[in-house]
Ligand binder design. Structure first.
Ligand SMILES: Nc1ncnc2c1ncn2[C@@H]1O[C@H](COP(=O)(O)OP(=O)(O)OP(=O)(O)O)[C@@H](O)[C@H]1O
Ligand SMILES: [Mg+2]
Length: 323
């Protein structure tokens, strides 16, 4: 997409929605506005960008990128796992089955990497040889491919709290899931990761790690919810440059949400205190990276609709009888 289109959209970003729906409970997450009507959940993916557990700014077209990238993956993987999608009435909106979330995030990792204190590399580089119940051999280097992808569950903290990486045994001990269910969902997660890896590889992308969320619908069926294989939930590297960079011990070429976070870190902001104002040029570049992520990972052009999204969404929801 050309920079001019992105620049024009800076003034038209979808920051927040406020649709008046009858008998509806509204939940605003950091990125999504959720309207819960009966057994359905109207999920509006806004242009908000979050990191360090706070909303940093908005990025033109980010909501459309995330919503459509999830749509791409949900449709590719529905034979492996049922998912919450009912329909996509607008580029920013998914109407989903409202589920009771399982309070465990299924993180799957294919590589020894990460920066935060909850990451596998952080733990390994400080000498730990076990991570979430998995034994790791000595002598591995940063960004090295693991022998096999592993599931490293993370507990979903209450609002304001911090997520915690735990073993499967711990998940069961805490009564969050029973053994059979945990094993079945872990196996599904690995299959999803394997298919994601295969499709991404066709487009010169490595799916490094990701996070899946599952929930139960009214009938008790377990299905995939939330988002899937997006830059917000996954780490992606370019495949053709992986080996060369790894051998030299250099940083991988990546497409993920690091760009704004890194800009802020370079200004000395790490989530505490007052956030510096993020210049338009940084937001444009970050938006461009999200769009590139969509196009690289899915191998197809993003069908972005410019202009004011609020009215368009209202019309599309009305057209389908939701408002
Ligand atoms: N089909 C579904 N049924 C029930 N809950 C869902 C479904 N899909 C997604 N969710 C939940 O909706 C929320 C999505 O909001 P969003 O992604 O903006 O929040 P977040 O930043 O991930 O987390 P937080 O809720 O802590 O702000 C998540 O809490 C997610 O678990
Ligand atoms: Mg989320």
């Amino acid at each position: 997409m050309d920079t001019d289109t992105i620049r024009k959209q800076l003034r038209l970003v979808l920051e927040k929605t406020d649709f008046a729906l009858d008998d509806c409970e509204v939940y605003r997450g950091k990125v999504r506005d959720n309207y819960i009507v009966g057994d359905k959940r109207i999920i509006v993916t806004t242009d908000r960008l979050s990191a360090f557990d706070v909303v940093l700014c908005t990025l033109p077209f980010k909501g459309q990128v995330l919503n459509q990238m999830s749509e791409f993956w949900f449709s590719k993987t529905k034979s492996i796992a049922p998912n919450h999608v009912i329909e996509i009435p607008d580029p920013n909106v998914t109407v989903a089955r409202n589920c009771t979330p399982i309070p465990v995030e299924f993180v799957v990792r294919g590589y020894l990497t990460g920066v935060t204190t909850t990451s596998i590399w952080y733990s390994y580089s400080r000498g730990a040889r076990e991570f979430c119940g998995h034994r790791l051999p000595d002598g591995l280097k940063k960004d090295q491919k693991l022998e096999m992808p592993i599931v490293t569950p993370s507990t979903k903290a209450e609002k304001g709290g911090h997520d915690e990486s735990v073993s499967g045994n711990e998940v069961i001990k805490r009564g969050l899931m029973d053994r059979d269910e945990f094993d079945a969902v872990s196996e599904t997660s690995l299959k999803l990761f394997e298919l994601g890896t295969r499709i991404a590889a066709q487009n010169n992308i490595i799916l490094v790690d990701t996070k899946y969320e599952f929930g139960r619908d009214e009938g008790g069926e377990i299905m995939l919810i939330d988002e899937m294989h997006t830059p917000d939930s996954s780490r992606f590297w370019y495949k053709d440059s992986y080996h060369g960079l790894f051998e030299k011990g250099l940083e991988q070429r990546r497409i993920d949400k690091e760009y704004v976070r890194k800009w802020l870190a370079d200004q000395g902001y790490l989530g505490q205190g007052t956030m510096p104002e993020i210049p338009d040029e940084v937001r444009i570049e970050a938006a461009n990276r999200y769009i590139t992520a969509y196009e690289q990972v899915t191998g197809s052009k993003l069908n972005a609709v410019p202009g004011d999204a609020t009215e368009r969404i209202r019309k599309n929801l009305a057209r389908r009888g939701y408002i």
